[in-house]
Ligand binder design. Structure first.
Ligand code: NAI
Ligand code: ISE
Length: 334
């Protein structure tokens, strides 16, 4: 069976996912697209055999030739489309964040629990990255002892003009929040945000930031968000255990030695750094949808990330350490 996918939002990541669904992976066809920029949706549909543009997300979700929905529009629009997909009983892959607040994510959880079966997967693709998986395997093996700390770096060369200081948390560090929960296998219980001297490349933007997360067992995770670093897209991570450490290696499969120096490539952006991870993430999602299940990061993962993100935004505004209260986890996600 070919899974017929409808894509909402045909911006940067929407187009990249359409490329992988139509030219890289097996078992899926993009049959429908939509965007508030309808002209762009029509242009994109014209380039895909058998696809048509719909004028609204609701029409696309309810279309007879759409088996599963892929939400790639702006974060504040995610809740509406995920809820409509659940109402239609269709599997939905939602790019991060699941929604823009803990309360909004709770409404999605309530709807999915009422439906009685998991339909939602959230786009936390680092869980599918080979290097992060290797790092987690070492942590899980116990070889370095109990993990005590993680140092993480999340650097972007630049960000669009509409990017706000809160987005350093809600749009950027939200990946590190999900990664922390997955890597340590426990929840984050508190967040603190420190502000170093501002990078003039970012104009008035409060950038970089240093975020500190505390996990339920007392491990500490520090995350540098630094989104105007210019030199490239640089994602780093090191877990410090009781007897040893494990770290992501510097990027690039090769090293060039020339003219008394050596160099390796730093990726241009997230598309280049995580290209293989997105491929694995989507192949598993398509296979799951075909077999009637959804197995990747769940609505609960999206909810927990949003709750920590809300706490970190409050910590940014107040300068205080803010605790996180997740409430009870529904059995559907245990
Ligand atoms: P973008 O701005 O390039 O594209 C977003 C598209 O959504 C635009 O074409 C816009 O017209 C459309 N749109 C906005 N509101 C809409 C609505 N109500 N209905 C239909 N279409 C609507 O943004 P980008 O970078 O593609 O990001 C989209 C989403 O993907 C965001 O949630 C972002 O956080 C996430 N993302 C995830 C990444 C990852 O590494 N997993 C990487 C980049 C983005
Ligand atoms: C973007 O939305 C992403 O998700 C990228 O992975 C992240 O590095 C970037 O900071 C976000 O703006």
């Amino acid at each position: 069976m070919t899974v017929r996918v409808g894509v909402i939002g045909v911006g940067m990541i929407g187009k990249d996912h359409i490329r992988r669904l139509t030219t890289v992976l097996a078992g899926a066809a993009v049959t429908a697209v939509t965007d508030v920029n309808l002209d762009e949706a029509k242009r994109v549909a014209d380039g895909i055999a058998g696809a048509q543009a719909y004028s609204t997300g609701q029409d696309l979700i309810n279309a007879g030739d759409v088996d599963a929905v892929l939400v790639c529009s702006w974060g504040p629009t995610h809740e509406e489309y995920v809820l409509a997909s659940i109402e239609a009983g269709k599997p939905v892959f939602c790019e991060k964040p699941l929604a823009t607040s803990q309360e909004a994510c709770r409404r999605i959880i309530d709807a999915e629990v009422a439906f009685g079966r998991r339909l939602v997967q959230v786009g936390y693709m680092r869980r599918y990255d080979a290097a992060y998986r290797a790092l987690k395997a070492v942590v899980d093996s116990g070889d370095i002892g109990a993990p005590l700390m993680m140092h993480a770096t999340h650097r972007n060369p630049s960000v669009p003009g509409h990017y706000t200081r809160e987005m350093a948390i809600t749009d950027t560090a939200v990946h590190d929040i999900d990664l922390t929960r997955w890597m340590f296998g426990e929840e984050i219980v508190a967040a603190t945000v420190l502000k170093p001297r501002r990078n003039s490349n970012g104009g008035e933007l409060e950038d970089p930031l240093l975020l500190i997360f505390e996990t339920s067992s007392g491990a500490l995770v520090d995350v540098e968000t630094n989104v105007n670093i210019r030199y490239g897209y640089d994602i780093r991570g090191e877990v410090v255990g009781e007897n040893g450490t494990v770290a992501l290696r510097d990027s690039g499969p090769i090293t060039v030695r020339l003219n008394n120096s050596q160099s390796s490539r730093v990726p241009e952006d997230w598309r280049e750094r995580f290209i293989a991870a997105y491929d694995v993430e989507f192949q598993e999602w398509i296979d799951g949808v075909r077999d009637g299940g959804t197995y990747g990061p769940s609505s609960w993962d999206g909810y927990a990330a949003a709750a920590v993100s809300d706490a970190a935004v409050e910590a940014l505004h107040s300068g205080q350490r803010i605790t996180v209260d997740l409430g009870e986890k529904p059995a559907l996600y245990s």
